[in-house]
Design a binder for this molecule. Sequence first.
Ligand SMILES: *Cc1c(COP(=O)(O)O)cnc(C)c1O
Length: 436
Amino acid sequence: MNEKTRLWLEADRAHCWHPFTDQGAWGAGEPLVLVKGEGVWLEDSEGRRYLDGNSSIWTNIHGHNHPVLNAAVEAQLGEVAHTSFLGYANPRASELAERLVGQFPEGSLERVFFSDDGSTAVEVAVKMAIQYRQQTGEEERTGFLAFADGYHGDTMGAASLGGVKRFFDRFRQFGFPVRHVESVEVLRSLSEEEIAKTAAVVIEPLVQGVNEMRVWPEGMLRELRDWCDTVGVQLICDEVMTGFGRTGTMFACQQEEVVPDYLCLAKGLTGGYLPLAATLTTGKIYEAFLGGPEKVFHYGHSYTANQLGAAVALASLDLLEAEGFLEGVRERAGEMAGLLRELKGACPNVHEVRQRGLIAGVDLREEDGSYFAERGKAGAEVCAKAREFGLLTRPIQDTVVLMPPLVATGEEIGEMVERLERAISGTVERAAAQGR
Ligand SMILES: *Cc1c(COP(=O)(O)O)cnc(C)c1O
């Protein structure tokens, strides 16, 4: 280990606290210090190269160190990095709001509220939904519905919506009450009384990310929208993960021709460069906030509509909208599906592969399909082994996520799958062989 790496890790172990991390185990491990990126590759402080199989926690779209995105940030830096959106407009925010709204049919989503992260994009939608009801004479509609095992972020409001028990149950009593449902069928069975108290329902459209990449049945989102319209409940689509081409279309909700009342965007908004989020909403909802100081939406963050973030988001949209880009994503998603089918055929411990666009979850199980006795161990071991083979990704329990940057070539995806296969056969299968 070189001197710089040693010092960085010493400072990290002494002073940093990582997200979702068992810090004791972290301190005992050998963390990578990532210092460079180029396309789908990352490089650590020891000069080792890795494929970014997790798109740097689901954010990266166009690869790292992209000349067009770099140029956008640099050009903006030459103007100004950040100015307050409280009391001032800024050119990049104006342009970006117009571009985002332009993705949807005219007269549907018309307003953009900027914030910083996926969690805050969801917080904004929740607060808007509550205040909207207060200002339209429906004060009794205070309740929220969400889907079991869903994930919407970690700030208290977003966490209240979250259904992942191991993350959120300890905080449950400190948040607001949310009714979690499994399906649209369950929604249909709710009493009129309960529905009359409901402000909105939130969903991760097409695929629940943190819930081990569970894919919703086709047509479900459409059914949900129809149910919402029938009973007067608003629809919040959390496209923090699925937005910006991930599922093969610009937004996942477009695949079922659904326009939500609130659309939450973050992760891929800046192509994976900078923290910026947006909550889009309709003209009708916006209008309920007009009419004087008592109707003001009291919400905002210091870095709201950050100019650097908006500049790079605009450049990212240019690339996404270039001819053939999304077709290319769909093509490579097809290639990835083929490769993962082969992986499943070759690895008896791969129980199921779920995929939507360039999002995949590879379930590891015992050969007979039962869960491993110690949940999460196989997933962690496979990802640790994959790292040795130069592939970075993360498990969710015993599901290994494969989520390449959208620019990954068929060859690069093939390389990722091959390294994953070697990691699985070098860990789970070897352990199984030794255990028997
Ligand atoms: C990541 C994620 C969030 C939270 O976004 P942050 O930027 O991490 O706060 C919310 N919803 C979904 C669906 C996500 O995948």
